[in-house]
Structure formats: structure tokens, C-alpha cells
Design a protein around this ligand. Structure first.
Ligand code: BMA
Length: 361
């Protein structure tokens, strides 16, 4: 039971009460987290929420203009879910890896929360051993070095502490903590990141997840729902290889992008959606497509013709479209005003089972 040894015993004892979607896995979760969890359970039966990464921060051809959103300008509604990335917080940077100032992020999260949006955060954390990006695999499996007793453990605690401080600093206008769906160590069945399948062993990945949850709890971070997410995967067995366990996860997700040259998207997505939804039901969790998109959206009917048939009818809670970079012409995954898929996006959003912010208030 090596992996459990860092966790406070009192919390472990009470965490076993976790059952069919009844409660967040953090036994000390704040009221707002319980409310968000209940809301997600109710909304899951209503439809599939549309999400967008960095929606309020910038869009295809603009940046940091209050009130703007490419999704809103395309269909007249803000997305129901908004995502941000914490990459860079660990080293004390003032902006994240995509140039978003953490101060603006904090303010935008409060604004999104006040509007009624669901907030989710990923973390493209740097490689703590090499200091390079999360894509740096050169040091191999570094997880043993990060865990207690490892040579980079103190540094890792410091990095994690900075993230904890930021998460705790997310407050609404009444000073109440804003609940966040936190999605660290994502795409674990893929090889892109230092915590991914080409570098980390399955056991070490799970140990890192457990240690991270324990650290956040000891640091007093109780405003999170925890989302586990893989990359594309073959079957339920592969999906579960790094699953940390029901007491450590609230939402089961996966990330999958449409790359027509690599795989047949619609049948592949339906297979993965069914698998994640079935597993989530078995484990009493919520399910979501935690990142997706077709880069440059070069198919005008991608929304109704490809995405909708890929994800409808499985009981997923949301799909998060990746970001519309303002400084790279082809790097966008959502429509924007004037884009050739705009009309199809409006038709998609008008479907009964698709939820935007106005549908979840
Ligand atoms: C990737 C790309 C990168 C970005 C990273 C983190 O998929 O969008 O440009 O830095 O996500 O947001």
C-alpha cells in the first residue's frame, strides 16, 4: 500500500463513504463543491454542455477585450463551461504558458463563476527535473524523484504549493471559494507529457495522483472536483490502467482530437464515449470529453456532421473545445464571427441536448 502512505489517515477513513455520484471524493469539500457536483448530476440528464478553453481571454483575432468570446460572437451565447490552464504557476511566472496573466485569469474565473459558468483547469506543468516544458521527456520517468524521498521532492512541494495558493485564491465577490474542476496530469495514455505513458510507469502515475490529492488537502485546498483524463485509448482496460481509484476522482474524461489522417473519428469517438460513460456509471462518476476539436475547423459542417453524432446519447456532461489562439492563424478549435462553420455551429447549439450558458443558469 505504498501509494496510500502519504495520505492523512483520518481523511482516508471517511473518504470510503464515496458512492453513486452522491458526493465529491474530497471528504472535506467545501459547500460550493457539493453544489457544483449536484448541479452537474442534474445537468447531465438535461444535456451536453459546450465548453471552451480560454474563452474570455482571447479569440482568433483579438486578445483581452472585456466581454468578448468567440463562442458568444458565433452563436449568441457564452459557453457553459470555461477552461483555463495553470502551466507556469509552478515556477512563479506572472503569465501562463500561453501568455495569460494569472491576475487576469483570477478575475476572469470570478466573472465566469458569477455568470453561472462551470470552471475547469488543466495544468501544463513544466518538467521539474529539467526545468523545460511539460513536453520534455528527456529525463525519462521522473516521478520517483518528485515523491517523498526523491531528490526533487522539496522543489516539487514548492511548485505544488504555488498552485495550491492560486487555487485557494479563487474567490467570488462575497469571498467564498470558487469551485473548480481540476484536471492535472491529463492525456495519460498518450506520450506527449512527462507524466504520460512513454515516461511514467502506471504505478508511479497513480502514486503521483494520490500524493497530489493529499498535498492539496493538507494545504487546505478543498474547492476542487478532481477530473481524470486519458488521451485516446483502445478499451476499458487501457483506460483504467492509471485510474487512481474511486476515492480520488470525481469525473472520468478523455481528450481526443479529430485528425482525419490518423483515425476514423466518429466511430472511434462513439466507442470511447460509450466506454467512458459505462465506466463512469459503474464507478459512480460523471463523464466528460475533456478536450476536443478539429484544428482550424476546416469542415463547415463539423459541428452537426461530426461532433454531434460522435458524442450524443451517452450521458456525457460536457465537451471542451480547445483554445482559439490569437497569435497563430491556424490554431483554433471553436468558430469565431465570420468563420465558415458559424452557421453549422448555430444549428448544433440549437439542438435540444446541447447546453450553453443560458441553458444552465
Ligand atoms: C496545446 C497548444 C499549445 C498550448 C498548450 C497549452 O494544445 O494549444 O499552443 O501552449 O495546448 O494550452
Amino acid at each position: 500500500m505504498r501509494r496510500l502512505s502519504w495520505y492523512p489517515v483520518a481523511l482516508l477513513a471517511s473518504s470510503c463513504a464515496c458512492s453513486m455520484e452522491s458526493a465529491p471524493c474530497d471528504p472535506m469539500a467545501e459547500t460550493g463543491v457539493h453544489e457544483l457536483h449536484e448541479r452537474l448530476v442534474i445537468l447531465r440528464d438535461k444535456g451536453l454542455m459546450i465548453g471552451h478553453q480560454d474563452d474570455l481571454m482571447y479569440g482568433h483575432d483579438w486578445a483581452y477585450e472585456d466581454g468578448r468570446s468567440d463562442i458568444m460572437e458565433s452563436c449568441g451565447h457564452y459557453p457553459a463551461v470555461m477552461g483555463w490552464d495553470l502551466g507556469g504557476i509552478e515556477v512563479g511566472d506572472s503569465c501562463n504558458l500561453d501568455g495569460v496573466p494569472f491576475g487576469s485569469m483570477r478575475a476572469a474565473v470570478a466573472h465566469a463563476d458569477a455568470m453561472g459558468c462551470v470552471v475547469t483547469m488543466s495544468w501544463h506543468m513544466r518538467n521539474p527535473v529539467t526545468g523545460a516544458s511539460s513536453w520534455d521527456l528527456s529525463a525519462g520517468n521522473i516521478i520517483p524523484a518528485l515523491l517523498p524521498g526523491g531528490e526533487s521532492h522539496e522543489l516539487y512541494r514548492c511548485w505544488m504549493g504555488r498552485c495550491a495558493d492560486f487555487l485557494k485564491s479563487l474567490k467570488d465577490k462575497d469571498g467564498e471559494s470558487i469551485p473548480v474542476i481540476f484536471r492535472p496530469y491529463h492525456e495519460n495514455t498518450g506520450g506527449a507529457f512527462w507524466w504520460g505513458c512513454l515516461s511514467a510507469t502506471e504505478e508511479d502515475y497513480v502514486s503521483l495522483w494520490h500524493w497530489t490529492v493529499g498535498f492539496m488537502h493538507e494545504a487546505g485546498v478543498h474547492n476542487l472536483l478532481w477530473a481524470y483524463s486519458t488521451d485516446i485509448f483502445k478499451d476499458a482496460e487501457e483506460y483504467m490502467l492509471r485510474y487512481p481509484g474511486d476515492e480520488w476522482v470525481d469525473i472520468m474524461g478523455w481528450d481526443a482530437y479529430h485528425r482525419p489522417q490518423d483515425w476514423d473519428f466518429v466511430p472511434g469517438m462513439r466507442r470511447m464515449a460509450r466506454t467512458v460513460a459505462d465506466l463512469a456509471r459503474e464507478h459512480g462518476k460523471l463523464a466528460a470529453l475533456t478536450e476536443t476539436g478539429l484544428e482550424s475547423v476546416y469542415m463547415d459542417d463539423w459541428w452537426t456532421g461530426i461532433l454531434h453524432p460522435s458524442v450524443r446519447g451517452f450521458g456525457l456532461s460536457w465537451v471542451l473545445l480547445w483554445r482559439n489562439a490569437h497569435d497563430r492563424d491556424n490554431h483554433f478549435f471553436a468558430p469565431f464571427r465570420g468563420h465558415s462553420s458559424e452557421e453549422d455551429f448555430r444549428a448544433f447549439v440549437a439542438q435540444d441536448d446541447i447546453l450553453v450558458l443560458d441553458d444552465i443558469k
